[in-house]
Design a protein around this ligand. Structure first.
Ligand code: AKB
Length: 344
């Protein structure tokens, strides 16, 4: 079988690096990366070509590539997008629209649907207050689509744009010979936690930041209240879900945007787990009202039944396995000396 040509935008970010490693492990593809930053050493040997620079200005270049699959990960995350809204809109919406147009054009011209994998987010939801959040329980994909943030608005709109370009663009879908359209698929990710990289610019960042600080013996002031609860997931599960959705036969998919879920934990729950593993951890709470408002608008739990039914989704890591089998073994290995010292 010939190699598949794959584009990964935002390749130097947290999901990007894990995804490139996952793709390389699967094999059978030529990886083209795109990012503002130079490639980190961890993925440099795995990438055939890296296009460094502003994606929005670079989209034209991609018309010359024959991509089978596009993973469009480049984004300005929720906290950063609140302080630089116009720039976030440019990156999150204009960048996505440019790539969707390119993928739609190539799908039609070469009669081959380009697969477009889009990471959406729990930020696409928005609750008016904490009572509504607590009462909502497991939120389904089409409920509470009333985001409070620039990032959430961008993600929700780009989901709709993806559906538009893959189904209705030009209103030719009812023609006797409709054009070949791109194949758009999206996952709404919860907060993600990697044992290898740290996030930046997001609001679910308090979870991974707290754990990485605790492991290194560095004091951490958490920017949300102790009772704050949203859903989280181990990075390997996020990559697994992305590949599962990518591989799922199109006829099995009853929707184009799917929730996935692994575990929900309060900020106090993170502290308890961190202290159990690293007893000297110094964790305090100093809520930032703006960032608090963002997570208060996000669901505590999402309903991922559609993903489970359509493509067999199931996380490998519940909260116990996340700590015991993924995060802590890596931390203990990496920060052996630090944690031994701080535990004395
Ligand atoms: C963020 O906090 O902005 C992201 C997300 C939940 O999409 N991690």
């Amino acid at each position: 079988m010939s190699e598949q040509s794959v584009l990964v935008t935002g390749a130097c970010g947290e999901i990007g690096q894990a995804l490139v490693q996952g793709l390389a492990k699967r094999g059978g593809c030529r990886i083209v990366a795109a990012d503002l930053a130079p490639l980190p050493e961890a993925i440099k040997p795995l990438v055939a070509e890296h296009l460094q620079g502003d994606l929005v200005n670079k989209v034209k270049i991609f018309y010359d590539y024959d991509f089978d699959i596009i993973f469009h990960l480049a984004a300005s995350l929720s906290s950063k997008a609140e302080v630089a809204g116009e720039e976030a809109h440019r990156i999150n919406v204009e960048g996505t629209m440019g790539l969707l147009m390119m993928a739609a054009y190539r799908s039609e011209k070469y009669h081959k649907p380009v697969k477009f994998l889009f990471p959406s987010s729990i930020a696409a939801y928005g609750f008016p207050n904490l009572e509504a959040k607590h009462a909502a329980g497991r939120v389904k994909e089409d409920e509470w689509n009333t985001p409070h943030t620039m990032y959430g608005c961008n993600k929700l709109y780009c989901e709709k744009l993806g559906m538009y370009y893959s189904r209705y663009c030009g209103q030719r879908h009812l023609d006797p010979e409709p054009p070949v359209m791109l194949d758009f698929r999206a996952i709404r990710f919860p907060g993600l936690i990697s044992a290898f990289t740290l996030p930046s610019g997001g609001t679910s960042d308090y979870g991974p930041e707290m754990l990485h600080h605790a492991a290194q013996g560095i004091p951490y002031a958490c920017f949300v209240r102790e009772d704050t609860k949203i859903s989280f997931m181990a990075m390997p599960d996020a990559i697994k879900a992305t590949f599962m959705l990518m591989d799922a036969p199109r006829e099995k998919l009853t929707r184009q945007v799917y929730n996935i879920d692994a575990f929900s934990l309060t900020a106090a729950g993170f502290r308890k787990r961190a202290r159990a593993a690293f007893p000297a951890a110094q964790i305090t709470f100093a809520p930032n009202p703006r960032r608090q408002g963002i997570v208060d608008s996000w669901p505590e739990d999402v309903d991922d039944d559609a993903a489970r039914q359509d493509w067999g989704w199931q996380p490998d890591y519940d909260v116990d396995r996340f700590f015991e089998e993924y995060f802590l073994p890596e931390m203990r290995k990496r920060y052996k000396r630090t944690s031994a010292r701080t535990n004395e």
